[in-house]
Design a protein around this ligand. Structure first.
Ligand code: GLA
Length: 381
């Protein structure tokens, strides 16, 4: 049974009627441009064919009754007029936080919801943004709300920042809302404008999950953000987006060495994300590989968010590809996944190489997902 069917069937058992509909929003993989979004910079993600499904019906009262299939059908009930953080049950906070953000500008009543998804959790593929966007999409559809994708993304980010407690940027929510099938997207995180970047037919998106679990609410993410903001403040600009390498050099003596390296990553990563648009458009495999490797090394050495497992996988895959694509860590880091853009002829070879070497080296099994770039929940076809 597909997940879509599973949530529908469970809904009938739980609530005794068919849902009004099943709504969806995808997870994402970031091809390049990490830790740049909260610096007002550039990112280049794609929505993927893994996501969150919600079977739903409107209620006439103010209650939200929500069951999570991924947590043994656990049922949570809360009232829209007394939303509070639940320290015992993390998953419900993404739903409550999204509802609260949406209530700031729309009027609606309660809902019965059954939720399930197939975005691996804690892997850096944005299962949480996918859930937030699925919740907002669901409420927008049930109540016919006038909600556009970019605004939905901002509300999802608000839910994370103000309710869940993660100081994330806008990337994950925006690509989940606005991704385009068969395309990645160069997103300007200051202007909130984007350009679609075609993924050519001979390029496969391969995601390799190192299965080192990561926790984004962890202090490390917020610390990186503070370090970046400290440099911007020292240089008297709104965000690192406004800093060039020459400006950074000119002030290097005033900046703490660690913060200097954090800023150097952001400045160089912004350039790589922009350069990737033309590399993808031209299908220039060699250039794609160079940009991805440089990005990974910068995240490793300057931003210090990789792990030995991620470093190993990237070097292993890059060597295999020999100019026919590239690999890098993706997302927040500290574990999670490597993304590889691979000439389709080489996918099997990459898979075998990872299977042969990774477990031997680290005693962990890597999961490999062959993904396609998919449509965002709010993007018109
Ligand atoms: C997480 C955050 C994003 C972004 C990435 C790193 O996925 O949610 O906003 O900062 O990390 O690029």
């Amino acid at each position: 049974m597909s997940i879509e069917q599973q949530v529908g069937t469970f809904f009938e058992q739980q609530f005794g009627s068919q849902p009004q509909g099943v709504f969806y929003s995808p997870g994402r993989v970031n091809l390049i441009g990490d830790h740049t979004d909260y610096n007002d910079g550039f990112v280049l993600p794609a929505a993927i064919n893994f996501g969150t499904y919600i079977a739903a019906s409107a209620r006439t009262d103010r209650q939200i009754q929500v069951a999570a299939l991924d947590y043994d059908g656990e049922l949570k009930i809360f009232d829209l007029d007394s939303i509070a953080f639940d320290s015992q049950c993390m998953w419900v906070n993404y739903i409550a936080g999204s509802m609260q953000a949406l209530m700031g500008e729309h009027t609606f009543n309660g809902a019965n919801l059954v939720i399930a998804g197939n975005v691996p959790q804690g892997a850096g593929l944005s299962s949480s943004a996918s859930l937030e966007m699925a919740v907002l999409n669901t409420m927008a559809q049930l109540y016919n709300l006038d909600l556009v994708g970019v605004r939905a993304a901002q509300l999802g980010q608000l839910a994370e920042n103000n309710f869940v407690g993660c100081n994330c940027g806008i990337m994950d929510q925006l690509i989940s809302a606005m991704g385009k099938v068969d395309h990645a997207m160069l997103l300007d995180c200051r202007a909130l404008t984007f350009e679609d970047a075609p993924i050519s037919d001979n390029l496969a998106i391969v995601i390799i999950n190192s299965n080192v679990k990561r926790g984004l609410v962890d202090s490390e993410y917020n610390t990186r953000r503070q370090q970046c903001e400290a440099v911007a403040q020292q240089l008297g600009v709104a965000a690192l987006r406004d800093v060039t390498q020459a400006m950074l050099e000119a002030h290097s003596e005033q900046i703490a060495p660690t913060n200097y390296r954090r800023a150097r990553h952001v400045i160089s990563e912004n350039k790589r994300a922009q350069a990737m648009l033309s590399a993808l458009t031209q299908g220039d495999m060699q250039r794609i590989g160079e940009l991805m490797l440089a990005s990974h090394r910068s995240l490793k050495d300057d931003f210090e968010v990789t792990t030995p497992e991620l470093d190993y996988l990237v070097e292993l895959v890059t060597e295999q590809l020999d100019g026919q694509g590239g690999a890098r860590m993706t997302g927040g880091g500290f574990g999670g996944c490597v993304v590889a853009l691979v000439n389709t002829d080489l996918v099997e070879q990459v898979r075998q190489t990872v299977e042969q070497h990774y477990t031997k080296r680290f005693g962990l099994k890597a999961d490999i997902y062959l993904c396609t770039a998919s449509q965002g929940a709010f993007r018109e076809k």
